[in-house]
Design a protein around this ligand. Structure first.
Ligand SMILES: Nc1ncnc2c1ncn2[C@@H]1O[C@H](COP(=O)(O)OP(=O)(O)OP(=O)(O)O)[C@@H](O)[C@H]1O
Length: 657
């Protein structure tokens, strides 16, 4: 007992010393920042150094509630504390190792079967930033805790506020994915709550640590399903010291403002991959073979290029298949080259750059280009296709549903829909190059349409992707049923597909209930196995659904943590009103309350300690993939789930009580 207390005190001393060392590192960076413009040679260097130091200072911020280290490795006679960032003492000796350092990997991967030279692995328990306990595994003596108490406490803690990092408790199968190589694209098929989002965010942080310069230049992009979700995950990367990652929905990646709505049928046709071919064909149909010679004067001489030579140029460039606008410039450049050759032959010397530029812009050259390879904007191309979608790739019925109901006069006055915005992006990718990110993480990827997948493919052409999703949670009309199909649209057909099946969120009883839906969902995915045997499930029938919901929320408020009331989208306002009438504060943009009323359509990716699902039959009836939506909704609960219904439960849940 005495030795335990002594040990605890030694660790607390190390924590205090590490804090002091971190403070010293931060002060040093602040001093450098203050004198940066004196040491840097020129204003540009000063600016770069300034930005670097400002980032470094932000990196070194100490948050008293977030422990500086969470583990220790004893290897030979050395002890290494593992934490969120490197901390060194005044002599440069490590006091805390960053969790992403190569040596730290042993903290996550070592086991009694394969100790990897680790004698003892120690995990620390903290309460509000104070070190209160530790747990040792003497791996070389064959001692290993199946499921650590500290991990169980972490996953069973009440969830309030945004998502937190999981660095202290990353599991070996998650660690494999987090530390995959930068050039490897991976697809994670994970049942609800298996840590897909967590893995994706930690992989981004890991890659930024290992390939900082390369990725800072090319950028890292995280794509999530909606802004509520992005808000929920927004603080994970900053707590890991990474602030320069772009987080966006697919819609926000696109430049076109959305001002109109498609019918579901029109949206479905527009999101079909054949539309990519329709746009490409329409674009290339604009290219034509010159029939007339080009005759152009430079003020001193008149030059002539034969139709055959012009046709050869157009044919060659078409075969090289560059983006369309680059093709147009290539044709122009080759015409100017031919003119230069003629000029050299006649005058005996090479004309200068100004002459070349002038000839490239000469009216006859521009007229020829406008006929043979006319300039076009992405909006113009989509406008033309939606004005007259005649193409044998589409049935006449499909052509009809996507034709403008009220055709705008010009592309500029068009009111675009969300699916049109994707088509405009496709057209933009055909016309010009799109900048590629170094790495892209896509969450809830099962819902991407093929055309949306191509939006991502263009932005990750020279980078890798981490695709995260669950086929069982696909709710969009075009949601994929097979990862290979989606990976092909993403341009990464050979990516590894890895399953995750250990659930960290949803208690076993709730997983069991949700798994009853799986056979009816038409997808082939492994079932989840919950790590949590705690939790409570309650299914209640009632005459008055609103009254019962109010009662359930009042009971839920007697426990700790967040409460999510999930209802069919159309009933959300009525339920919120009933709760307010009964004096219950509901969280919204202006207030933080513990109770959220969530339309089922927005539940994806989120979690609440206590979930109250109101009238499952309505949630199922609201959309074509309503059963998949119910599967999502049922798996949001961390500790307790109430299912309230006045109508019969959907068939796969028949007989549960
Ligand atoms: N290794 C871990 N240690 C502690 N908590 C974990 C671990 N892995 C995941 N979690 C927690 O489990 C919960 C679910 O994780 P996450 O949201 O990443 O799962 P998901 O697979 O993306 O779920 P969904 O399918 O619902 O989108 C989160 O609260 C997360 O912090």
């Amino acid at each position: 007992m005495l030795s335990l207390e002594t040990d605890l005190q030694t660790e607390r001393d190390h924590l205090a010393a590490s804090r002091a060392a971190l403070k010293r590192m931060r002060e040093h960076a602040e001093d450098l920042y203050a004198t940066g413009d004196k040491v840097a040679g020129d204003p540009f260097a000063a600016e770069t150094l300034g930005r670097h130091l400002a980032r470094r200072i932000a990196d070194l911020a100490d948050n008293p509630d977030t422990p500086l280290f969470f583990g220790r490795l004893d290897i030979d006679e050395d002890r290494f504390h593992v934490g969120r960032r490197h901390v060194t003492d005044a002599a440069g000796e490590p006091m805390v190792l960053d969790w992403r350092a190569p040596l730290s990997r042993k903290f996550y991967q070592a086991s009694a079967r394969d100790p990897q030279e680790v004698k003892v692995r120690r995990r620390f328990g903290f309460v509000k930033g104070t070190l209160t306990s530790f747990e040792d595994e003497n791996l070389q003596a064959g001692e290993e805790h199946g499921t650590s108490r500290i991990l169980l406490e972490e996953i069973e803690r009440p969830r309030v506020g945004p998502m937190r990092d999981i660095v202290a408790t990353i599991q070996p199968e998650q660690d494999e994915l987090v530390r995959a190589e930068l050039d490897e694209s991976i697809c994670v098929q994970g049942a609800p709550g298996t840590g897909k989002t967590a893995v994706g965010l930690h992989r981004a942080a890991y890659l930024l640590y290992l390939h900082r310069e390369r990725l800072r230049r090319a950028g890292v992009l995280i794509v999530g399903p909606n802004t509520a979700f992005l808000h929920y995950i927004a603080s994970v990367l900053p707590t890991l010291g990474e602030v320069e990652v772009r987080q966006s929905t697919i819609e926000d990646l696109l430049k076109t403002p959305v001002k109109a709505q498609d019918t579901p049928r029109a949206a479905e046709v527009k999101q079909d991959p054949r539309m990519a071919a329709v746009l490409a064909r329409r674009l290339h149909a604009k290219i034509s073979k010159p029939e007339e010679p080009l005759i152009v004067s430079d003020g001193s001489y008149r030059w002539r290029i034969s139709p055959e030579a012009l046709r050869r140029i157009v044919d060659d460039v078409r075969r090289e298949a560059p983006p369309y606008a680059i093709g147009r410039e290539r044709v122009r450049a080759r015409i100017v080259s031919l003119l230069m050759l003629q000029s050299e032959a006649r005058r005996g010397d090479s004309p200068g750059e100004a002459w070349q530029r002038r000839m490239g812009k000469a009216a006859p050259v521009v007229e020829l280009l406008d006929r043979a390879w006319p300039a076009v904007t992405p909006e113009q191309l989509v406008f033309e296709v939606l004005t007259d979608p005649a193409d044998d790739l589409l049935s006449s019925d499909e052509q009809e549903v996507i034709t403008w109901a009220k055709p705008p006069k010009t592309a500029k006055s068009a009111r675009w829909t969300a699916a049109d915005a994707v088509l405009v992006d496709e057209a933009a990718g055909l016309i010009d190059r799109v900048a590629s990110f170094g790495h892209v993480v896509v969450d809830e990827a099962q819902d991407l349409s093929p055309m949306q997948a191509r939006v991502i493919a263009r932005r990750s052409e020279h980078g890798s992707i981490t695709l995260l999703g669950d086929l069982a949670q696909g709710t969009a009309p075009w949601a994929t049923r097979d990862w290979r199909d989606l990976l092909a649209h993403l341009g990464k057909p050979d990516a590894r597909v890895v399953p995750l099946t250990t659930g960290f969120r949803v208690p076993a009883a709730v997983v069991e209930l949700a798994n009853r839906l799986l056979p009816a969902l038409g997808v082939n995915v492994p079932e989840a196995r919950s790590l949590r045997s705690d939790g409570a499930l309650h299914i209640g029938t009632t005459e008055s659904i609103e009254e019962e919901t109010v009662k359930a929320v009042q009971t839920a408020l007697t426990f700790d943590g967040s409460i999510g009331v999930i209802v069919a989208d159309a009933s959300a306002d009525a339920i919120a009103a009933a709760l307010r009438t009964n004096g219950i504060t509901i969280a919204d943009a202006d207030s933080d309350g513990r109770v959220t009323v969530l339309p089922a359509g927005l539940a994806k990716g989120l979690e609440y300690d206590h979930v109250i699902v109101v009238e499952p039959a309505d949630i199922v009836a609201a959309e074509a993939r309503g059963l998949n939506r119910l599967f999502v909704v049922l798996t949001r609960a961390v500790s307790r789930l109430d299912v309230l219904h006045s109508r019969p439960l959907p068939t796969p849940l028949d007989g549960v009580s």
